[in-house]
Each structure stands twice: as structure tokens, then as C-alpha cells.
Design a protein around this ligand. Structure first.
Ligand code: ZN
Length: 175
């Protein structure tokens, strides 16, 4: 059995075997797909099908990109938590250069004060052991400076990680 159809591209009439799914128009050479809906059969140029497929694949890649952004956000959330510092009041905060600096200054001032006072008190002491007390202040200063440096490098690590995350997110958004 042959079906009478018209070319979707040029309008030429054509006879199509009932089982055909794809056909080439003898008149304009268009590649046609034979679409059989419930009560109508028609031809459709294959270019259009390709367009549909393309927009579908665009949609899929957009979905994939959204999924990747969600994954990235989740990973960043975990990474960010690793940078969190628990303060004395039990609240968490992110490391900043400012807090590191303030911590260092406090340690140096307090340690310096301790050293001077301890030295003044113990310098005339008859006990040799007392000479050790001013040293505590120096140790305190050293520890304070060390932790300030450590905190400030943590702060810059965090800043870099954040910049990487934001750059990656922008890249995925643009996809
Ligand atoms: Zn045609």
C-alpha cells in the first residue's frame, strides 16, 4: 500500500510506502521523516528534527550544569566548614587577616608586659629559680606570634579557596 503525502519542504506530492519512516523527496531532494500520528500522516524535514534534538541536548547540558553547580556548592560548604574557627564563646567564624593580627598584637603586648613585670620583681630575688619567670613572657610572645602567622596563612588559604570556588561557579553558570 502506498500513502499519498506531500513534501513538507517543497509541497510536491509523493507516494510513500506505508512502512517507510524516512524518505527523500524526488522533487527537491529534502530528507524527510514520515510522521504517523493517530489520524494524520505527514512529512517533516529532517533539519527540523535535528533542531529539536539540539534544543533537547541544550536542555540536558543546562540541567547537567545546574547539577554541577549544586555539587560545587555542596563541596564548598564542606570545605568552608573546615576553615571555621570555634571562638571562646563557642560561636564559629571564618579566619580573617584582621583577627590574626589582633591576636598577635594582644600576645606581644601581654607577653611584653609580663616579661618586664616579672623581671622587675625577680631581679633582686635571692632565688636563682625565680629568674625563669620573665622567660614565660617571652615564650608567650613567641607562641602568640606563631599562632598569628598560622591564623593569617589560614585566612589567605581561605580567601584563595573562596576565589577558586567563585571562579568555577561563574564558569559553570556561563556554560
Ligand atoms: Zn520536496
Amino acid at each position: 500500500m502506498l500513502e499519498s503525502l506531500t513534501c513538507n519542504s517543497c509541497g510536491a506530492p509523493m507516494q510513500v510506502p506505508e512502512s517507510a519512516r524516512f524518505i527523500k523527496c524526488n522533487h527537491c531532494d529534502a530528507q524527510l521523516a514520515v510522521r504517523r500520528e493517530r489520524d494524520v500522516t505527514f512529512t517533516e524535514a529532517v533539519d527540523k528534527l535535528t533542531e529539536t534534538t539540539q534544543s533537547l541536548s541544550e536542555q540536558v547540558s543546562r540541567l547537567t550544569a545546574n547539577q554541577e553547580i549544586a555539587d560545587l556548592d555542596r563541596r564548598w560548604e564542606m570545605q568552608r566548614n573546615e576553615f571555621m574557627i570555634t571562638g571562646k564563646n563557642g560561636r564559629t567564624h571564618l579566619p580573617t587577616e584582621g583577627t590574626a593580627m589582633v591576636g598577635g598584637i594582644v600576645a606581644v603586648v601581654f607577653g611584653g608586659f609580663w616579661t618586664v613585670m616579672a623581671f622587675a620583681i625577680t631581679s633582686r630575688s635571692p632565688f636563682g629559680m625565680a629568674k625563669i619567670f620573665p622567660l614565660f613572657g617571652l615564650v608567650f610572645i613567641a607562641v602568640g606570634i606563631f599562632s598569628a602567622i598560622h591564623a593569617s596563612s589560614k585566612a589567605s588559604e581561605y580567601k584563595q579557596a573562596k576565589r577558586r570556588y567563585e571562579a568555577e561557579r561563574t564558569r559553570l553558570k556561563r556554560k
